[in-house]
Design a protein around this ligand. Structure first.
Ligand code: NAG
Ligand code: NAG
Ligand code: NAG
Length: 377
């Protein structure tokens, strides 16, 4: 099944090498599906203390009315030129410099080496909204900030919570091998295990047992890999896993068959073009890019991080950047331009914590309690 270019770029929301792509995606999203796109694609960048902070990249659609074709809904905060030069992701500069509403900002950043980890995620979730009083004011500010900053966030229907509910917590991944490196069968197996562990830092660590969330764990399965060179794949590809080598996004970067992708079809629900049926459907992609090793992107479409960073961390208990990006898939915000009162170290404040903290946990629970009514819970 060949992808149509239109669907191709909707599938890969963070394929933003060209501002035109971004605009085209907005156009396609709005005009074809008549829906808001709530794109939480953001940058994660760890810098040395001596370097200027990088600013966030944030793109929002949905602030206009439905079927609006306005591209003014796209906003971006431009990194400083110095931070750009330290960035491995060249697409960042292109988006921000092309976005009409770009403004510079000086974000406060904590370096990796300065990071102090505070409270670890609670392993015994409470059953109701009862955050510790020490963080309740901060949580309220975060929620208000998200509600006022993003356009109609409660109407968007492709959050990680939607994936979990729709799949009964069986999340299917496509891995986009945006890499020229060899990948062994052992690494592929370990990657699935790593995703399972990291995703559950959020599901088991925050949602299980909380306020009607019905699953105690998430089961992660990689159902497809996408490459432009199958010779890089050593050993047998696991039975039931599809190796795609002919489907790419508009920028030519390998992706699994867009006909199977939730980010494209969550509105129409039409996966009839997906040859492998439900077993081949992918809810999100993990996009692994060479040379992007201290940065990442995340959104409803999945997560994008560096190939080496991922391979070097296959067995890490906490894969910091991946955890942060999964947080975006779960609708959480970045904190490059402000910090809620009284909390300074948490995974969504890039570089300030290596693991999901109690504050992160309650931010996720806040989303769940506000969204759960859409599942009749
Ligand atoms: C998106 O829509 C705008 C306004 O209708 C149009 O000018 C622009 O060419 C479109 N971009 C793409 C990539 O389709
Ligand atoms: C194949 O993919 C790799 C990684 O994305 C890229 O560097 C390379 O340019 C691609 N080759 C072709 C011929 O498209
Ligand atoms: C790979 O698959 C082939 C064909 O099914 C099989 O004969 C071979 O033993 C497999 N190799 C490994 C290492 O599992």
């Amino acid at each position: 099944m060949k992808p149509t270019p239109t669907f191709g770029f909707v599938a890969t929301l963070s394929t933003v090498a060209l501002a035109q792509t971004l605009q085209g995606r907005q156009n396609a999203t709005v005009s074809q599906f008549g829906t808001c796109k709530f794109d939480r694609t953001t940058a994660f960048q760890l810098l040395k203390a001596s370097e200027k902070p990088v600013a966030q990249i944030k793109r929002r659609a949905c602030s206009g009315g439905k079927r609006s074709k306005s591209s003014s809904a796209v906003s971006a905060v431009a990194p400083t030129s110095q931070s750009l030069s330290s960035s491995h992701d060249t697409s960042m500069s292109i988006i921000s410099s092309s976005a009409s509403s770009s403004t510079a900002t000086s974000a406060v950043f904590v370096s990796m080496t300065d990071a102090i980890v505070t409270t670890a995620a609670s392993s015994t979730p409470t059953s109701a909204w009862q955050p510790p009083s020490s963080i309740s004011a901060a949580l309220e500010e975060v929620w208000e900030h998200e509600m006022s900053t993003y356009g109609r966030p409660l109407e968007f229907k492709n959050f990680g919570y939607d994936h979990l509910m729709d799949t009964q917590a069986r999340i299917q991944y496509c891995v986009r091998w945006d890499s020229t490196q060899v990948v062994t069968a052992e690494q592929r197996d370990k990657l699935e295990t790593a995703l399972q562990r990291q995703y559950n830092k959020w599901v088991e660590g925050a949602l299980a047992g909380f306020d009607g969330f019905p699953y105690s764990t998430a089961n992660i399965k990689i159902v497809g890999w996408a490459t432009n060179n199958t010779a890089l794949f050593e050993g047998n590809v696991t039975a039931g896993v599809t190796l795609y080598s002919t489907t790419t996004d508009v920028d030519g970067i390998p992706q699994c068959d867009p006909a199977c992708g939730r980010a494209i079809h969550y509105v129409d629900g039409d996966y009839s073009g997906c040859t492998g049926g439900n077993a081949a459907r992918y809810d999100v992609s993990l996009w692994l890019t060479d040379g992007m090793d201290d940065s990442g992107f995340g959104g409803d479409w999945g997560q994008r991080i560096g190939t080496n960073y991922m391979l070097e961390n296959l067995e890490s208990e906490n894969i910091e950047i991946l955890l942060h990006e999964i947080g975006h898939t779960l609708a959480l915000d970045d904190f490059y331009d402000w910090t809620p009162p009284g909390v300074s170290n948490f995974i969504m404040r890039a570089g300030s914590s290596a693991e999901v903290t109690e504050f992160d946990v309650w931010m996720v629970r806040d989303w769940w309690r506000h969204l759960k009514s859409r599942y009749n819970l």
